[in-house]
Design a protein around this ligand. Structure first.
Ligand code: FDA
Length: 508
């Protein structure tokens, strides 16, 4: 049995085999299932026919990573690295070949140096642990990462990572200043020893392609003591289409301190009970209500934002609030397994980038699709770009979606119960809506965000995949940066040990 040989190999390679063995789980261990399921977010990937790892290793030391990589290679097992487990296609814990999961749950120290405004974070940490440790020391410092706190810093920063501060400070990947990395040969590298090409690739080229990032050195940024959050919801009868139409051409020009979003979802009309659509306009603004109101009056008076729609809070409180935990204790940020109340148990994610405002007729068609029964638990969110994103060159990191984008679309097709007919209905809706949107969004390539992983846009073969084939999905995520990523891959992992359905292929 390959995994028996693998386990034997691990015991030979470790200098602390009795304590290491406690960090290794096979289906024979009573805690295997709870370890595996601990961070599975999307229950689509927790069914009886989801392939399961032969072994889960939860390293505490660098030598455990070295032994696991060595023994996996030797015994022909694939490894999947799992940080927060939020991959939208489950690639950190599902594979269709015999495989081992390296789960970073025990490798998650966070060391914040307020004076120098940097933090070293091991990649098993979740964003919440990082945010909490920063807030513990200062409420006017933060990190420019994603919103929901259980996201792992391993996968998130590897794929760029955007959140409340991205129009002011860029992606999470833009805020990495050094890293500790282990390659296929077990070598431990930092920025200096890995060189600028690999350091460039790991800050946005997607997780699971080059090796394992063990820790990031991150830049900590300033936020004001008071930020303001608002949401204003408007139905079709309240001119939602006209307002969204207007928002499209002004939101990307809002000041960098804004994080303008519009969420679209269906509701039952209070008048006749039929389905209609509500558009919720929101932002977290880095400033007070008194600063925000005149700005909105000047830029977007049609929305009619009033003082009652706004709430002042600290930046760290806005993180909780934006993910559905308003007024909860900050300690929730340390909870790795809690689910956001605003997510459905099953979902399919897709993304698009918009360069020209969509016509009112185009928006009408999208709104009308949202009133389908299959979209009852679906949310579509527009995130305005602009700000510093327009000023960072496309090749500064592998994340290429910079100047020229008005906004990004996040399609979250959700459902509450799983059975084959049900999931097919929702997946069909998601794919049909994506086709419907084709004329209105970026083209050649139709851009997509790697952290919103979507295997529908193309994937690798189980065996050899050519660079040309991988370019189909690769150029959508990375545009012209894809070629440089493939060069880095060829140099650091030519045998393609670290691979998955959308890993960067070597050039051979
Ligand atoms: P996970 O552990 O699943 O890893 C993702 C990929 O990276 C896998 O291929 C994995 O093997 C690899 N990987 C993990 N750790 C690695 C390491 N140390 N070294 C190398 N490779 C590694 N995104 C966003 O930008 N802004 C947001 O606000 C949100 N919000 C959000 C909310 C919720 C509820 C979900 C489920 C997801 C998001 N996302 C998001 C998307 C999120 O950024 C994306 O799924 C990240 O890849 C998740 O990182 P994890 O470490 O949690 O995932």
């Amino acid at each position: 049995l390959p995994h028996q040989n693998f386990l034997h190999c691990l015991s030979l390679r470790s200098n602390d085999s009795s304590s290491f063995s406690k960090l290794i789980f096979t289906p024979a261990n009573s805690s295997y299932e709870s370890v595996l399921e601990s961070t599975i977010r999307n229950l689509r990937f927790n069914s009886t026919d989801t392939p399961k790892p032969l072994v889960i290793v939860t390293p505490t030391q660098i030598s455990h990573f070295q032994a696991t990589i060595y023994c996996s290679r030797k015994h022909g097992l694939q490894t999947r690295t799992r940080s927060g487990g939020h991959d939208y296609e489950g690639l950190s814990f599902v594979a269709h070949v015999p495989f081992v999961v390296i789960d970073l749950v025990n490798f998650r120290s966070v060391d914040v140096d307020v004076e120098n405004r940097v933090a070293w974070v091991q990649t098993g940490a979740i964003l919440g642990e990082l945010y909490y440790r920063i807030a513990e020391k200062s409420k006017t410092l933060a990190f420019a990462g994603g919103v929901f706190h259980t996201i792992g810093v391993g996968g998130h920063i590897s794929g760029g990572g955007f959140g409340l501060l991205f129009r002011k400070y860029g992606t999470a990947g833009d805020n990495v200043i050094d890293a500790q990395f282990i390659d296929v040969n077990g070598r431990i590298l930092d920025r200096k020893s890995m060189g600028e090409d690999l350091f460039w690739a790991i800050r946005g080229g997607g997780g699971g392609s080059f090796g394992i990032v063990l820790a990031w050195k991150l830049s900590i940024v300033s936020v004001p003591a008071i930020v303001t959050e608002f949401t204003v919801s408007r139905t079709l009868e309240q001119k939602a289409i006209e307002l969204v139409h207007r928002w499209q051409s002004i939101a990307h020009d809002f000041p960098d301190e804004m994080y303008p979003t519009v969420a679209l979802r269906s509701i039952n009309s209070t008048q006749d009970g039929r389905k209609t659509v509500v558009a919720s306009f929101g932002s977290v603004f880095l400033g007070t209500i008194d600063e925000l109101l005149p700005l909105m009056q000047d830029r977007f008076p049609e929305l009619g934002l009033s003082r009652q729609d706004c709430n002042e809070m600290s930046w760290i409180e806005s993180i909780l609030s934006e993910s559905g935990f308003s007024n909860q204790p900050l300690e929730i940020l340390l909870n790795r397994t809690i689910r956001t109340p605003i997510s459905t148990p099953y979902y399919k994610i897709k993304s698009d980038y918009v360069k020209e405002p969509i016509s009112k007729t185009g928006l009408k068609g999208l709104f009308s699709r949202l009133t389908d029964e299959a979209a009852a638990s679906t949310t579509i969110v527009f995130f305005a770009y602009g700000g510093i994103m327009d000023r960072i060159p496309e090749d500064a990191t592998p994340f290429p979606h910079r100047a020229g984008n008005l906004y990004k679309i996040f399609y979250n097709t959700g459902w509450l119960e799983e059975n084959k007919v049900n999931s097919e209905t929702h997946l069909d809706w998601a794919r049909g809506t994506y086709s419907y949107m084709a004329p209105f969004v970026s083209k050649s390539p139709r851009e997509a965000y790697i952290n919103y992983r979507d295997l529908d846009i193309g994937s690798n073969n189980l065996g050899y995949t050519s660079y040309e084939q991988a370019s189909i999905w690769g150029r959508k995520y990375f545009k012209d940066n894809f070629e440089r990523l493939a060069h880095v891959k060829t140099w650091i992992d030519q045998e393609n040990f670290f691979n998955h359905e959308q890993s960067i292929p070597p050039l051979y």
